[in-house]
Write a protein that binds this ligand. Structure first.
Ligand SMILES: Cc1cc2nc3c(=O)[nH]c(=O)nc-3n(C[C@H](O)[C@H](O)[C@H](O)COP(=O)(O)OP(=O)(O)OC[C@H]3O[C@@H](n4cnc5c(N)ncnc54)[C@H](O)[C@@H]3O)c2cc1C
Length: 497
């Protein structure tokens, strides 16, 4: 691919997976219309802009449009549509499937749009489409306010908030999408919509769980909630040998927990954390991670039983800034590793399911692999499953078998381990799932993830994106997109239909 000078041609991939080229001069209108700048291969910043969290993904877009404004986004969408270019949207670049970056296509990079503005009087925030979770916590916590977010501060707000979004505050305040008031959305025809429950309610429904299928969100408006800034939170670490008893105790404890309390269980090899004795590093452990989203003294009392489920190696529960705990796992989840996930939702955890997790932990294929089980329920389950596109409202737990490793030579081993644990867990699971955790080879699970909401989503896809321009995602296929010739060719190239 060339075209750096503006005179040579630029090769690109079409929506259907064909190879085409444009004269470099054809990019001039795009360059003029994108205030954040346009990057081609070989230009400074191109490689940094195409790098994403999962190091298994190494896609090389023909063009990266670094969008700074909604107008930039409209111009980029229009350019892709006009040329039939494969199009992707990059928020924080964290999705495991790597759809943020289009191989051979046009990538809309939203990372220049990271602004967060807090209206303290109204307890509302306006968040840019490319903001990271840490950007949001940084601004909102300055006023003792927060939105339920995920547990890793470098995750993109855009992708998280379009697919659902859960974390420590979800039991108390619901999913991230449940705090959404409105969103500015650029749809495939280039129109900028303001979607809320009163304006464009169908579009607003679809983008609360439907991911990037319906357009590019340039700005989110959200309701904030009082949190901290100090919260009682931390970790209790048990030896892996006690996993069976600890998990049963944890399950029973979580079943009776108040909404303020969330406790996630992680089975893995002990990382070299400073509060763990050196002889424990690298051995099997069960980690209970918790946040009490309420009064600190109540949190001390509520979390006390967590240290009594066995004989802990360490118990580091303390009153600490919520925003700091939101970054506590960042060092273990830094970009640069190869990653493969398998995830399932559970309405309940029977003893046999817990024993399966213990077995999974005995066969961990590497020091960075883990099985984590997040506790859901609470407020997120009190919203009807049909109220938003996100369907799995009744799930009380979500398992993520997290394969994480460094060398391509381990690809087969780790992926086989993750798939095996997932298969063994399937009889206990709901059959649904979370689109934000689906890997690139799980497009067949998209329909079951949306369950009864899937057909309405397909109809809305036909209305807002009939040509499936936004297909680099957990794709909802419009009902009449049945061009087998195109889809087979696309599949052969690894492009979702
Ligand atoms: C380390 C790690 C920890 C995580 N922890 C949690 C967690 O605690 N809770 C949780 O709910 N999820 C969690 N996730 C999953 C997370 O929700 C998804 O990876 C999500 O897609 C991340 O968003 P992103 O913007 O970074 O992703 P990207 O890869 O940039 O985008 C993913 C997709 O979202 C769409 N998209 C992104 N931004 C926009 C936008 N503004 N407009 C339109 N479409 C857009 C695009 O279709 C894109 O393909 C975690 C992921 C990782 C890697």
């Amino acid at each position: 691919m060339s075209g750096e000078s503006g005179s040579e041609s630029v090769a690109y991939t079409t929506l259907g997976g064909e190879e085409k080229s444009l004269p470099g001069s054809a990019l001039e209108p795009l360059r003029a219309g994108i205030r954040g700048g346009v990057l081609l291969a070989g230009e400074p910043g191109y490689d940094a802009a195409r790098a994403i969290w999962n190091a298994m993904i190494d896609h090389r877009p023909a063009v990266i449009a670094r969008c700074l404004t909604s107008r930039d986004v409209r111009n980029a969408v229009g350019f892709a549509r006009e040329h039939g270019m494969l199009l992707s949207v990059r928020g924080g670049g964290h999705h495991i499937a790597g759809n943020a970056v289009a191989e051979g296509g046009l990538t809309i990079d939203l990372s220049p749009m990271r602004s967060v503005h807090v209206d303290v009087d109204q307890r509302r925030a306006r968040v840019g489409g490319g903001a990271l979770l840490g950007d949001v916590d940084h601004e909102t916590q300055a006023f003792g306010l927060a939105i339920p977010l995920g547990i890793n501060s470098t995750t993109g707000f855009g992708g998280l908030c379009l697919g659902g979004g859960f974390g420590w505050l979800t039991r108390k305040y619901g999913l991230t999408i449940d705090s959404r008031i409105s969103a500015d959305v650029v749809t495939a025809d280039g129109t900028l919509h303001v979607a809320s429950s009163s304006r464009e309610p169908d579009l607003f429904w679809a983008i609360r769980g439907g991911g990037g299928n319906f357009g590019v969100v340039t700005s989110f408006e959200l309701q904030l909630h009082p949190v901290g800034p100090l919260v009682h939170s931390g970790l209790v670490v048990y030896p892996g040998a006690q996993a069976r008893e600890v998990l049963r105790g944890w399950r029973d404890f979580t079943e009776a927990a108040p909404d303020e309390l969330a406790v996630w269980a992680v089975l893995r090899k002990a990382p070299p954390l400073p509060f763990l004795p050196p002889e424990v590093h690298g051995t099997d452990v069960v980690v209970l991670a918790t946040v009490y989203a309420g009064d600190v003294e109540d949190g001390v009392r509520a979390t006390a039983p967590l240290s009594k489920l066995g004989q802990p190696i360490a118990s580091v529960l303390a009153s600490q800034p919520y925003a700091a705990f939101q970054q506590a796992f960042d060092p273990l989840l830094a970009p640069g590793a190869r990653n493969y996930w398998k995830s399932s939702d559970f309405d309940e955890l029977a003893d046999d399911a817990l024993d399966l997790f213990v077995e999974a932990a005995r066969t961990l294929p590497g020091p960075e692999c883990e099985v984590f089980i997040a506790q859901l329920g609470g407020a997120m389950g009190r919203v009807a499953s049909s109220a938003t596109a996100y369907a799995g409202r009744n799930a009380q737990y979500v398992m993520n078998v997290h394969g994480r490793w460094r060398s391509a030579s381990d690809d087969q081993t780790v992926r086989a381990w993750a798939r095996r644990i997932f298969d063994l867990a399937t009889p206990f699971a709901t059959g649904g799932g979370y689109v934000n955790f689906l890997t690139e080879d799980e497009s067949a699970r998209v329909a079951s993830a949306y369950g009864p909401n899937y057909e309405r989503l397909r109809e809305l896809k036909r209305r807002f994106d009939p040509a499936n321009l936004f297909r680099m995602n957990q794709n909802i296929l419009p009902p009449d997109a049945t061009d087998r010739r195109v889809t087979q060719r696309a599949q052969a190239r690894g492009i979702p239909r």
